[in-house]
Design a protein around this ligand. Sequence first.
Ligand SMILES: NC(=O)c1ccc[n+]([C@@H]2O[C@H](COP(=O)([O-])OP(=O)(O)OC[C@H]3O[C@@H](n4cnc5c(N)ncnc54)[C@H](OP(=O)(O)O)[C@@H]3O)[C@@H](O)[C@H]2O)c1
Length: 247
Amino acid sequence: MTLQGKVALVTGGSRGIGREIALTLARAGAAVAVNYHNNKAAAGEVLGKIENAGGKGLVVQADITVFGECEKMVKAILDHFGRIDILVNNAGIRRDTILALMQEKDWDIVIDTNLKGMFNCCKAILRPLLKQKSGGRIINISSIAGLMGNSGQTNYAAAKGGVIAFTKSLAKELGKRAITVNAIAPGFIETEMTESLPETVKNDLLPHISLGRYGKPQEVAEAVLFLAQGAGYITGSVLSIDGGLSL
Ligand SMILES: NC(=O)c1ccc[n+]([C@@H]2O[C@H](COP(=O)([O-])OP(=O)(O)OC[C@H]3O[C@@H](n4cnc5c(N)ncnc54)[C@H](OP(=O)(O)O)[C@@H]3O)[C@@H](O)[C@H]2O)c1
């Protein structure tokens, strides 16, 4: 129970990787605010699992693309738990298509969710985090696409590359306050986000994964736990969780 007494916010905690992160941090003793956008039932189910296991949680609805909603979400967490220690910027979407066919709205929504959403949440927790004067952890979920690029994902890769540059810059700003800021770059992880990819894309990818299989949400959650519960001298880093896909 290494995170006993700590409070974590996991954006997009209702499904996929975020769901596993929320459950893993709760198992380690953190009180977890489970953010969702549309899927109230799924977020409620995550909270139910946390509480049934004897943990503490809270469901917080917010569209992370809207700064005012992020501010309200953080206020709700502070009103309920009295503090916030860990922020996991996990919520994300993709709208894949080659640039020649990409519409402006596909660009805007992907940048607004994956990149601006992270800015909004970091900005919203920053004052309370600094006021607490007890350090903290910010963990941003990037992607292998942000490191290597990917055809059909100029919008997504630009956002996820931006997440990495943001992470390094904020790590420099907050280091003296004992707040670490790190990024995780998952490869292909089995969630609803990847389920809809064409079989041909999946089959083309598999031979390039050294471990010969796709990743599981739990395997990303384990890395988040590592960065959240200790790892006090790691900041501004990007941890690849991709089974060797980027080698
Ligand atoms: N799966 C992969 O292979 C993979 C690889 C690299 C990186 N990633 C990154 O890992 C993160 C999680 O991906 P995933 O595969 O778990 O995705 P997912 O299964 O599609 O889940 C996405 C989550 O994000 C939330 N969300 C989306 N838009 C939001 C908004 N505007 N405000 C608040 N929440 C919002 C969703 O909430 P609702 O349930 O309410 O819709 C949901 O909880 C993303 O940042 C993704 O880019 C995934």
